[in-house]
Design a binder for this molecule. Structure first.
Ligand code: C2O
Length: 472
């Protein structure tokens, strides 16, 4: 990556200090360069804030550029994904449900932000983040609802219910707890948080036909970037928890694979994982309100503290499971494995997993499904109740009609420990998995789920993940 000139007059300012310095005088040029650029919580910004007005100015300017200009709105969106059959440098290069998900999107946002800053006319412009996990931020942020703004996208590319402020994200779709609890990077925290909240927010906003719901069109909606600033923030927050959480620094492809972008001067730039480990130290930005960032280095010899190994216990012998608009039950016979499952659920070094693989749909289902384990027959599924294990959503993988990206079926892993420690102690020899469609809320109430295409789960299994401390 090209070195950017960083003029840090207060080199030691921590995250909290820099927020205090930046907020009152964001556009005083000396303070802008004094500390990392701070990406702000969009929920705290007024309509007249230069972050909002600058974004609008930039989107308008970028939309006016010819499509072949690397700074144009459509070119930038096409780097993420496009249906266009012609191909230009870096088009359709987004990484999904691979170990590069977090790093690729961090790089993408970093250059996008520099370009927007240039066209915004606001020297300290930063991408705000949308923290939809906060109970008061589950509706589309207000600046995107304003029909006169360049941040607005009309129906059907963004359904009216979102733009009108009546739609909201169900709390279970933006619950980061399962992902944050994971120690492993991939499969682990990265893939779990990519599902919930990332894929859920895409599919909830876009549905089966809106821009946000489709990987090839999502980045045309200006709300995409505030969604992704939040996902990028979660990477920092995940690592800050410690407990052995770290990036895959022993993985040479993860560290060294080069990805292509364009900077604010239209230069081609290539960037690799090692360049984007530390957002404040290497990329000169941080997030409003985040704890001190954990720094990592590719220079240090890395010894992963934990190794993970998955052992299959039960592969459900039934046929592929079709899921659509109705409640689906999968009765898994656990008799022979009950003792092992119980001891895994009790053990601190083992995690009991429910795994769905070979999950596929012909077209975008446009809906999120909730998954439960051990839900008693006749009981209403409740994501706040003790049987909820997570969500299943098809966005970037498992959709056969999405040909621009390398096709692969989707895979989901759900931790069962919390749910099963007690459920397994009952007499039952069957563990029932329940899957129900989970619609967005309108005026705070569930709507009738619309499933545009059913999905098929090719294989259902139960496994144990063993976590072992590496000894040097
Ligand atoms: Cu590359 Cu949220 O998508």
């Amino acid at each position: 990556m090209k070195k950017h000139s960083r003029r840090r007059f207060i080199a030691t300012a921590g995250a909290a200090a820099s927020v205090a310095i930046l907020s009152p005088s964001l556009f005083d040029i000396t303070s802008v360069f004094a500390a990392p650029f701070t990406r702000r919580d969009i929920g705290s910004l007024s309509a007249g804030d230069p972050i909002i007005t600058g974004y609008k100015t930039a989107v308008t300017a970028m939309k006016a550029l010819p499509a072949t200009d690397v700074h144009s709105w459509s070119y930038q969106a096409a780097i993420h994904g496009t249906f266009a059959s012609s191909s230009h440098a870096a088009w359709n290069t987004c990484e999904h449900h691979t170990k590069y998900f977090w790093s690729w999107h961090r790089m993408y946002l970093y250059y996008f932000e520099k370009i927007v800053r240039k066209y915004s006319g606001v020297p300290g412009w930063t991408l705000p983040y949308w923290n939809y996990s906060a109970a008061d931020q589950r509706q589309l942020p207000a600046p995107f609802q304003d029909a006169t703004s360049s941040l607005f996208v009309p129906d059907p590319n963004r359904p009216t219910s979102w733009s009108a402020g009546s739609a909201s994200l169900p709390p279970a779709h933006v619950d980061i707890s399962a992902g944050m609890a994971q120690i492993n990077f991939y499969m682990g925290a990265s893939s779990s948080l990519e599902g919930n909240p990332h894929d859920n927010v895409h599919v909830d906003i876009g549905g089966p036909s809106g821009w946000m719901g489709n990987i090839h069109t999502a980045a045309q909606d200006p709300v995409f970037y505030v969604h992704h600033a939040n996902i990028d923030r979660l990477w920092n927050l995940w690592r800050a928890q410690g407990g052995g959480r770290s990036d895959p620094l022993g993985d040479s492809p993860w560290k060294n694979t080069l990805f292509l972008f364009f900077d604010e001067n239209k230069n081609t730039v290539t960037t690799k994982g090692c360049d984007v480990l530390n957002s404040a130290a290497q990329l000169n930005y941080n997030y409003e309100g985040e704890p001190p960032e954990v720094t990592e280095s590719c220079l240090r010899l890395f010894f992963p503290p934990w190794i993970f190994q998955i052992v299959n216990l039960i592969i459900w012998p039934g046929p592929p499971v079709e899921v659509g608009g109705e409640r689906v039950l999968i009765p898994i016979d656990i008799k022979a494995m009950k003792e092992r499952m119980l001891s895994a659920a009790d053990s601190s070094s083992q995690t009991l997993l429910l795994i769905f693989d070979k999950v596929e749909a012909e077209r975008l289902p446009g809906v999120v499904w909730e998954v439960y384990a051990g839900l008693p027959a006749g009981k209403t599924p409740d994501p706040n109740g003790p049987y909820f294990v997570g969500t299943m959503t098809l966005f970037s993988t498992g959709i056969r009609s999405q040909k621009m990206h390398n096709y692969k079926p989707a895979e989901f892993q759900f931790a069962l420990d919390r749910v099963l420690a007690s459920a397994l102690r009952t007499k039952a020899d069957k563990l029932e998995i329940t899957i129900v469609p989970s619609p967005i809320l309108i005026d705070g109430k569930p709507t009738k789920p619309r499933v545009a295409s059913p999905a098929r789960i090719g294989r259902v299994s139960i496994a144990i993940e063993n976590q072992q401390k590496q000894t040097k």
